[in-house]
Write a protein that binds this ligand. Structure first.
Ligand SMILES: Cc1cc2nc3c(=O)[nH]c(=O)nc-3n(C[C@H](O)[C@H](O)[C@H](O)COP(=O)(O)OP(=O)(O)OC[C@H]3O[C@@H](n4cnc5c(N)ncnc54)[C@H](O)[C@@H]3O)c2cc1C
Length: 390
């Protein structure tokens, strides 16, 4: 059994959510991948919201069957969704990354306006950190947020790119500099001065929307501030912790999906008179995938269980980064080896999903902080007596 750190309630939840996604997501997966159907994505987001699954991360709001809901269950949901279609899962993971700072740092009024609809699946959220000149080095961002005292409004100027759910999201958490540090504000889609210059075409993750968001003297009321002015970096760090643990689930889902295709093929495909899996060069690949998936699972659910037990901020940074690093590298390893084990079948859409998993997996080691950034965060904790730099 792989899920060593999960208990019976977690396993029952996994079975329940797997059934749910088989009903709601699996029949729409081809629409999402082949026709890039946003309607299909929206349908499943609504269904998840209506079933209460988008509230798993927020025990005070969750009203379902689980006695102790939390990040572990949100990550199980991500894992099971990514197993079927990683592009779809990115939409809900991003919406939850938007919900997280709203839940922790927004006023009651803002939570009613923006958070509730996201968690009910009737609205979509986005996170705006990355810019043309700033990716990994987020502290160097160029977006400016100023306070206009006369009108009691925040004024945002900047350009964000690679923003998941850009143009389809109803609310954007925007990070920018205020002179005293980084600040986060919530910006609704209909705010004056926000625009969406273009969406990108990616090699994988087909069906999810990623694009640019421009802020030109964009104004939001004073109460759209999250937390304190200048306190945005702390908010962002908390958000990344949770996002990286969830990305552990995304990586696991993709890795397991590839592994199941590879093991089925290795047992049925005959070569030189025997099943492929009889050959040492092939069973070695299966064993390598298998231990990497187990390690990813242990490391990912260690991080989620730590979070659910109250660890956060600096106390979770290393473990969350490790979950993201190990599971997303594993997804790439497994998707790559699966294509190899399938031979020509691995490269064609006509013979299954291996080629899709290979394309989808590639984004995983880049989004939410690259593998290099994750290693920096891990080593930074392991070398406390020196200051390592990126
Ligand atoms: C599909 C997709 C969806 C995304 N969604 C969002 C989103 O919703 N919101 C958002 O804000 N951003 C989003 N991003 C952006 C993502 O977070 C960034 O792409 C990522 O942080 C890397 O930034 P970059 O692309 O600018 O690469 P860079 O930071 O320019 O890095 C390029 C390469 O250099 C490496 N590198 C950088 N600095 C160092 C160093 N000092 N030492 C060693 N190596 C280094 C990096 O690890 C990477 O391999 C998304 C990206 C993609 C591809």
């Amino acid at each position: 059994m792989r899920d060593f750190l999960l208990d019976d309630a977690d396993r029952a939840f996994r079975a329940e959510v797997r059934d749910f996604l088989q009903r709601e997501l699996a029949p729409r997966a081809a629409d999402i991948e082949d026709r890039q159907s946003w309607d299909a994505v929206r349908h499943v987001v609504r269904a998840l919201g209506a079933a209460g699954y988008l509230k798993l991360m927020f025990p005070d709001l969750y009203k379902g069957k689980l006695e102790h809901p939390g990040l572990t269950h949100a990550t199980i949901l991500s894992e099971e969704a990514s197993y079927i279609n990683y592009a779809f899962e990115t939409t809900i993971a991003t919406a939850l990354s938007c919900a997280y700072p709203l839940h922790r740092h927004a006023s009651e009024r803002l939570r009613d306006t923006y958070l509730t609809p996201i968690l009910e699946g009737t609205a979509i959220g986005a996170i705006c950190v990355t810019e043309p000149n700033v990716g990994s080095d987020s502290a160097g961002m160029e977006t400016r947020i100023e306070f206009d005292e006369a009108r009691d409004e925040w004024v945002i100027n900047g350009f964000k790119r690679y923003i998941s759910n850009a143009s389809v999201a109803d609310v954007y958490i925007v990070y920018g500099l205020t002179g005293d540090g980084m600040t986060a504000v919530a910006v609704p889609k209909n705010a004056k001065g926000i625009s969406f210059p273009r969406n990108y075409t990616f090699m994988g993750r087909r069906g999810c929307i990623v694009g640019e968001v421009k802020f030109e003297n964009c104004r939001v009321p004073a109460d759209h501030l999250l937390g304190d002015k200048g306190g945005g970096f702390r908010i962002m760090r908390g958000m990344f912790n949770f996002e990286r643990a969830i990305l552990g689930g995304s990586g696991l889902g993709v890795a397991r999906s590839a592994f199941d295709i590879a093991t089925a093929h290795a047992q049925t495909r005959k070569s030189f008179g025997q099943a492929l899996g009889c050959k040492q060069l092939i069973w070695d690949k299966i064993a390598q995938m298998s231990w990497r998936i187990d390690a990813s699972e242990l490391i990912t659910y260690r991080a989620t269980k730590m979070y659910d037990a109250g660890a956060d901020g600096k106390a979770l940074m290393k473990e969350a980064a490790m979950a993201k690093l190990v599971a997303t590298e594993t997804a790439n390893y497994c998707a790559d080896e699966t294509v190899q084990i399938l031979g020509g079948d691995g490269l064609t859409k006509e013979y299954g999903r291996a080629e899709q998993l290979y394309r989808d997996a590639r984004a995983l080691t880049i989004v939410g902080g690259t593998s290099e950034v994750a290693k920096y965060l891990i080593a930074g904790r392991d070398l406390p007596d020196i200051r390592i730099t990126l």
